[in-house]
Design a protein around this ligand. Structure first.
Ligand code: ZN
Length: 367
């Protein structure tokens, strides 16, 4: 199988971005110049990591008529949690919403995107899980990432788990893309080292999967190559959390997010989704756990990943699937092979011949 067209056309990217140390202080001015206050109040979704002991909420420029909601990010966003937040915003005031600001890691930024869509489109979050189901443009929205790697600031989706159907799927839509992003590398200075590494590696892993796949896009490839180059600087040249490397990773996260828009992931993300759905492991650490068993699929990139782990002295959990019940391995198998597009991208249409039930269990046991 040679290189195939990814089939993705006419891609939308974030309209505006600002980057650099101290950029957060420009947020109030950016909110004003967007015309948000003429349209109504501003709703701020902030990762609840900042709910105590941080000056971040006080620097956002929240005014008396605005609404500040902390987002619980212990678990990945569910469609139910998004519905609750959307309802809270609708009932909090009769004044219309002029803008939404999402501040935090991937989960907080994704929740803000989902609510922005639900304020202009009827129904519930689950109605829009899929591709191009959102009909009306969303509320104007701004992202302030405080973690680098998932690319949520740049993508056209907002990942949500539907607890009733077990479906982990976002609202893939041009309307989900942020209008403005504010990238302030100062905001990632206090992230715990392991978490900084796991999240940063999401960008590296997305792009290594995309560039190793069959379905490609010329611009997506360029975004992926630059993202990998930035990740190599960040994780192999000195301390990954130096001021320079934090800025580089913020750019890598953004470019990696742009790459996702035109490409597909490969073997790592389907296995990682299995760990998240069946065992509740969070996305970014799950990816790193899966990398323990990826030597047969990603040879030299596998070696490079573990060099990075060693260079930064971080810890990746081990043995999470060593002694599970046989029905849990069944669930892990189903939750992995269901991801047809990425697995076909990596292994070809007949990927089920490669990833047999026995092979998948052995891969999980090797993590
Ligand atoms: Zn990912």
């Amino acid at each position: 199988m040679g290189i195939l067209d990814s089939g993705i056309r006419n891609v939308r990217n974030v309209l505006r971005y600002t980057i650099g140390s101290g950029s957060l202080d420009r947020l109030p001015e950016l909110v004003d110049s967007s015309g948000a206050r003429e349209r109504g109040r501003v709703v701020y979704f902030v990762d609840d990591y900042f709910s105590s002991g941080s000056d971040l909420p006080s620097r956002l420029g929240v005014e008396a008529t605005d609404q500040l909601e902390f987002v619980d990010t212990k678990f990945e966003p569910s469609t139910d949690a998004v519905d609750v937040l959307a309802e809270r915003v609708k009932t909090a005031s009769s004044q219309p919403v002029g803008a939404i600001v999402g501040t935090g890691g991937g989960s907080a930024m994704d929740v803000a995107k989902a609510v922005a869509n639900l304020l202009t489109n009827p129904g519930r979050a689950a109605d829009y899980q899929g591709w191009d189901l959102v009909r009306e443009p969303a509320i104007y929205k701004i992202a302030v990432p405080t973690l680098s790697g998932t690319g949520a600031e740049a993508t056209r989706t907002c990942v949500m788990t539907n607890k009733r159907t077990g479906l982990k799927l976002g609202m893939n839509s041009d309307f989900t893309v942020y209008d403005q992003i504010v990238m302030d590398p100062d905001l990632t200075a206090s992230v715990p080292r392991n978490q900084y590494f796991y999240t940063g590696m999401d960008a590296y892993i997305h792009c290594m999967e995309a560039l190793s796949g069959h379905y490609r896009n010329a611009i997506g490839d360029a975004f992926s190559r630059e993202t990998l180059a930035l990740c190599r600087q960040v994780f192999l040249e000195g301390d990954m959390m130096s001021a320079l490397n934090r800025e580089r990773l913020m750019v890598g996260s953004y470019l990696g997010g742009c790459a996702i828009a035109t490409s597909y992931v490969g073997v790592v993300h389907p296995f990682s989704a299995g760990l998240s759905v069946v065992l509740g492991v969070k996305h970014c650490v799950a990816n790193c756990i899966v990398m323990r068993a990826m030597a047969p699929f990603y040879g030299s990139l596998f070696d490079e990943f573990w060099q990075m782990v060693q260079a930064q002295s971080v810890e990746v959990p081990k043995g999470v699937c060593a002694n599970l019940a046989s029905e849990q391995y069944d669930q892990l198998y189903s939750a992995t092979v269901i991801h047809e597009k990425p697995l076909a991208n990596a292994l070809g249409e007949d990927y089920r011949l490669v990833l047999t039930r026995e092979r998948v269990e052995a891969i999980f046991r090797a993590m």
